[in-house]
Design a protein around this ligand. Structure first.
Ligand code: MN3
Length: 195
């Protein structure tokens, strides 16, 4: 059983002009697909062949982990974005944001500061801490992912690897982070929180 590349949930030009079709084409069709192809080559004839992607991420290390986690993280990232943005946190997530941060702009400020400070290549996540349903903002390096932490439920993620923004914004990560925030799929995050 091959690990499959999940379909992009929208067209390459759906996030333009904030994130260009060229960026999405490279990011999805080359980077994301590349991790899938590498993983399938790496796991052939190993005990990981035939395992579900989540289980590979949770039980592997080294190159197999890096490629498997990058597949999972990218699939989660595409779903964290929504063409046109335009929705807001809802339900229990909205209530927890209000209780913990007061206004959404305060969460924005803290999230974007964490993402800006994520040194090198990595991911910045909004997560639910299962112990008390509180929110936390965490950065992970390289392919690392909260999927491996049984105490955390990921809600949304921004990819801060340079390949996510270099075509559109060169080295200006802050400009990319600003457009990321405009495109967040809060319906996805709210559903993850309520789970
Ligand atoms: Mn990426």
């Amino acid at each position: 059983m091959r690990i499959e590349l999940p379909p992009l949930p929208y067209t390459f030009d759906a996030l333009a002009p904030l994130i260009s079709a060229q960026t999405l084409e490279y990011h999805y069709d080359r980077h994301h697909r590349g991790y899938v192809e590498k993983l399938n080559a790496l796991i052939a004839a190993t005990p990981f062949a035939g395992m579900a992607l989540d289980d590979i991420v949770k039980t592997s290390s080294g190159a197999i982990f890096n490629n498997a986690a990058q597949i999972w993280n990218h699939t989660f990232y595409w779903r964290s974005l929504r063409p046109g943005g335009g929705c807001l946190p809802a339900g229990p997530l909205a209530a927890t944001i209000a209780a913990q941060f007061g206004v959404l702009d305060k969460l924005r400020e803290e999230f974007l500061a964490c993402a800006a400070a994520n040194f090198g290549s990595g991911w910045t996540w909004l997560v639910k801490q299962r112990v008390d349903d509180s929110l936390a903002i965490i950065s992970t390096a390289n392919a690392n992912t909260p999927l491996t932490e049984s105490t955390l439920t990921p809600l949304l993620v921004v990819d801060v690897w340079e390949h996510a923004y270099y075509i559109d914004y060169r080295n200006a990560r802050a400009k990319y982070l600003d457009v990321f925030w405009q495109l967040i799929n809060w319906d996805f995050a709210s559903a993850n929180y309520a789970r």
